[in-house]
Design a protein around this ligand. Structure first.
Ligand code: ATP
Ligand code: MG
Length: 564
């Protein structure tokens, strides 16, 4: 069973370990998936909005005149769900050698020439460089300011697209660009909360979320309300880049189906973005959560194994006990039948003799009569013991409690055992301490218990020493102790634990064929415990074997405790 539990424990441990690892990977994967979808949604919001301003044909017709920015803006305002998405929209036009910026009024859509804001400096430099490249016809030779430049982190929240939808407009036309400035506060207050709710939903309560600008990573743009939690930094469970509206995706949106198909086969651009969204579990990390669950699972399975082991041990001990009891009962049956048969045989023989010639001899009559009396008394004792034990076990044991003097109880017990004492020629050393307190008890039952101990001392311990001792003394203020001792061969250590078991008989008692049923001490224990007392034994073979009965004194407050 122990080996089985050990193997089970190892298997459980491995299984929990593997399932924890799988669970950790599953949680990470599902979180990363949600973030990827969120990022795609975020970018789609930008792409859809910007593409509305750009030509609806692909490839754009170089000769067509694009609709006015004002009309496009108004159309966008009517159709969009993200009205606050842009904090500024500019049209950049070439005037002479300069690029002039026309900002749209976000209420009316009207254009007005404006100074270049300071934060647009990097965008302005890029467009000027681009203009030079277009004028010199250097397109495609070098990359600075090339057609599909990767996002420039310095541009912050600015996105630029050629108004005619072609990065290299017809040489006859002056290039023009739209520059969109995405509103940081809209992202923070509206777009991100909306997308987080949609993609992570109720699970959001378990996570700490942070969005940083990749340009300035220490600047946290958005964070879930966890003021007391430290910044996530690099220690995220999952992260994704946001804010990416690549040129070809914006134009692909406006392409007719055939061309859109063709474009779709182009390899997807690598994930880029100006922002980074980081997510971490509130308890530190997903690994920490899984580790906690793992520990809990290990504890639970450990406890179950422990319980199983305990139950198996209890079962084994119960089975052992039951087996021992069965053996004892078999011995008892054998012993009792022997114990009954012997006196019966003696009585039968004596009776037979009495009916014959011997009956005329008074001395012989007296002898056989005494024999019959002695053997029938023995029979009575055996039957009484068995009946007492049966009634004690059937829980119908009734005791008549009354105040008792221990001294007279001991005297009565010695007197009842007198014939046996005389027959064994034993000296009884009687030491009763004067002024013993009374005890509350059943006189017949208690006398039977003491007599049993005296008989055992006579049977097993009086032997060569021809001595038994009986003493009684107070034990503290609340108990009286009666000791019955002998100086016989004593009780082997390994038998002490079983001595009070019903039907138990010692090795020596059986070898020496000393009469007995093995019920005496079980009866003593039952009687004493019914009086709220206890019985103990100590044995130093050859020196002193002592049985001590400890009974509560009938002091005030105690007597009621066990008076029934
Ligand atoms: P009975 O039912 O007739 O009393 P018993 O004497 O064998 O039979 P118990 O009184 O229960 O049964 O005693 C159990 C066993 O304890 C005895 O068989 C004996 O081996 C051992 N024993 C009891 N008292 C003593 C003693 N004073 N010295 C040595 N062994 C003892
Ligand atoms: Mg006995």
């Amino acid at each position: 069973m122990l080996v089985l539990c050990g193997v089970l424990g190892v298997l459980q441990y491995r299984w929990i370990d593997e399932s924890s690892r799988a669970e950790s990977m599953r949680l990470r994967g599902s979180l990363q998936g949600s973030l990827t979808r969120l990022s795609a949604d975020f970018n789609a919001t930008l792409i859809n909005s910007c593409s509305l301003f750009l030509p609806r044909v692909f490839p754009p017709d170089a000769s067509s005149v694009p609709p006015s920015p004002m009309s496009l803006y108004r159309r966008w305002r009517e159709s969009t769900q993200h009205e606050g998405l842009f904090s500024a929209i500019g049209v950049v036009r070439v005037e002479g050698d300069h690029l002039t910026l026309h900002l749209l009024d976000l209420q009316t859509g009207d254009e007005r020439v404006s100074e270049w804001p300071e934060s647009w400096g990097s965008m302005r430099r890029y467009l000027e460089e681009r203009l030079t490249i277009l004028r010199e016809g250097r397109e495609g030779q070098g990359r600075p300011g090339g057609r599909f430049r990767p996002p420039n982190l310095d541009d912050g929240f600015l996105l630029e697209f050629p108004v005619r939808g072609r990065p290299d407009p017809d040489a006859r036309q002056a290039p023009e660009w739209y520059v969109f400035e995405v509103s940081e506060s809209y992202i923070r207050k509206t777009l991100l909360p909306e997308l987080l709710n949609h993609h992570i939903g109720s699970g959001l309560a378990d996570y700490q979320v942070e969005v940083v600008s990749r340009h300035r990573p220490q600047q946290i743009l958005f964070r879930s309300p966890d003021q007391d939690l430290p910044a996530i930094g690099e220690a995220s469970d999952a992260s994704v880049f946001l804010f990416d509206a690549p040129w070809d995706l914006v134009f692909r949106r406006n392409a007719p189906p055939g061309i859109r198909e063709a474009l779709r086969n182009r390899p997807a651009p690598p994930p880029t973005g100006r922002l980074e969204l980081r997510v971490r579990h509130r308890s530190g990390s997903l690994d920490a959560v899984v580790a906690k669950t793992r520990t809990r699972n290990l504890l639970v399975t450990g406890a179950i194994l422990f319980l199983m082991l305990g139950a198996a041990a209890a079962l084994a001990s119960y089975a052992r006990r039951a087996q021992r009891l069965a053996t004892l009962q078999m011995n008892f049956v054998a012993g009792v039948s022997h114990e009954l048969r012997t006196p019966l045989a003696v009585i039968r023989t004596a009776a037979y003799n009495l009916r014959g010639k011997l009956a005329q001899n008074p001395a012989q009559v007296e002898k056989y009569g005494a024999l019959i009396q002695k053997e029938s008394e023995r029979l009575t004792t055996i039957v009484e013991d068995v009946l007492k034990f049966a009634s004690q076990n059937s829980k119908h044991a009734r005791f008549q409690f009354e105040p008792l003097s221990m001294e007279s109880l001991i005297d009565a017990s010695v007197a009842a055992s007198q014939p046996a004492i005389e027959a064994a020629q034993v000296t009884v050393d009687r030491k009763i301490q004067p002024g013993l307190p009374l005890v509350h008890g059943d006189p017949i039952a208690l006398q039977h218990a003491i007599q049993n101990l005296i008989n055992n001392a006579l049977k097993y311990g009086a032997g060569e020493q021809k001595w038994i001792g009986i003493s009684a003394a107070p034990d503290g203020e609340r108990f009286v102790e009666v000791r019955v001792s002998d100086r016989g061969p004593g009780i082997p250590q390994e038998e002490i634990g079983s001595l009070f078991d019903p039907f138990f008989r010692g090795q020596r008692a059986m070898e020496d064929q000393i009469h007995g049923t093995g019920l005496g001490l079980a009866l003593v224990k039952g009687i004493v415990e019914a009086h709220s007392g206890s019985v103990a034994v100590s044995s130093q073979p050859g020196r002193l074997t002592e049985f001590a009965i400890r009974l509560p004194a009938a002091g005030p407050g105690i007597s009621q405790d066990f008076t029934q």
